[in-house]
Ligand binder design. Structure first.
Ligand code: PGA
Length: 245
């Protein structure tokens, strides 16, 4: 399977960053990996106007869990689709922890994303206390099982394993630890779906992934790509990670 390299700009993008992406991606036209760029909702439209399919795909960060426009805040899935997004990051730890989003709410958003033809990138990951207490896999498996309606799968999805303590901290698990979690996620997905679907769902690693560690992480079995926050805010850095993939 091709690696999927997703850049999560969080709330930090700008038209200048979007322009630097367009200029870089139009030069390299990545085809050895799938590139997904996830700017803020306002920048989605800006970047979409200049986008070409040769660059990869656009993605959104989160959406409201109901598709009527008469709600306050967050983007509707329709608006996101109209701005060219194909992917959507859901269940990011910022949403789970800072906005108290439960896996049940994430599941609603996943279902809605499927209804609109979007591919959800479902984020899961343990807190440092969970890891110290040997609870990593219980937490991760629970979040996956509760965030996705496995009895009624209606579209493809991607899992991003992002240890909460690794996000933005410069600390990452060892390659063995990443491998262990990804192997278990793969087994879980095969159990909850089937060999083909579970075996072919992309599993991304996220949390302080950067140019220094990208190649090593991508070499770990059952890692099929990266979800990159801070290091995606510079196109040279992000471009080097694309090269690694
Ligand atoms: P980071 O963020 O790469 O800056 O750690 C990853 C994420 O939040 O998705």
């Amino acid at each position: 399977m091709k690696n999927l390299i997703a850049g999560n700009w969080k709330l930090k993008g700008s038209p200048n960053l979007a322009d630097s992406y367009i200029s870089h991606l139009s030069r390299i036209k990545p085809d050895n990996c799938i590139v997904v760029v996830c700017p803020t909702h306002d920048l989605l439209g800006y970047i979409y106007d200049k986008w070409s399919n040769e660059f990869g795909h656009l993605g959104a960060q989160d959406c409201f869990h109901d598709d009527t426009n008469y709600n306050d805040g967050l983007g509707t899935p329709d608006e996101i689709v109209s701005r060219g997004a194909k992917y959507i990051i859901l269940g990011h730890s910022d949403r789970r922890n800072k906005c108290h989003e439960t896996s049940e709410l994430v599941r609603k958003k996943v279902n809605l994303a499927w209804n609109k033809g979007l591919i959800p990138i479902v984020c899961v990951g343990e807190e440092s206390g969970d890891r110290k207490g040997n609870l990593t896999q219980i937490v991760v498996n629970g979040q996956i099982a509760d965030s996705i309606d496995f009895d009624n799968l209606r579209g493809p999805f991607v899992i991003a394993y992002e240890p909460v303590w690794a996000i933005g901290s410069g600390n990452i698990p060892t390659m063995e630890e990443i491998g262990e979690v990804h192997d278990e996620i793969r087994k879980l997905l095969i159990t909850l779906t089937d060999e083909t679907r579970g075996g072919n769902t992309p599993l991304l690693y996220g949390g302080s992934a950067d140019v220094q560690n990208a190649s090593s992480i991508l070499a770990v079995e059952n890692v099929n790509g990266l979800l990159i926050g801070g290091a995606s805010l510079n196109i040279q850095t992000f471009g080097t990670i694309i090269d690694c993939a």
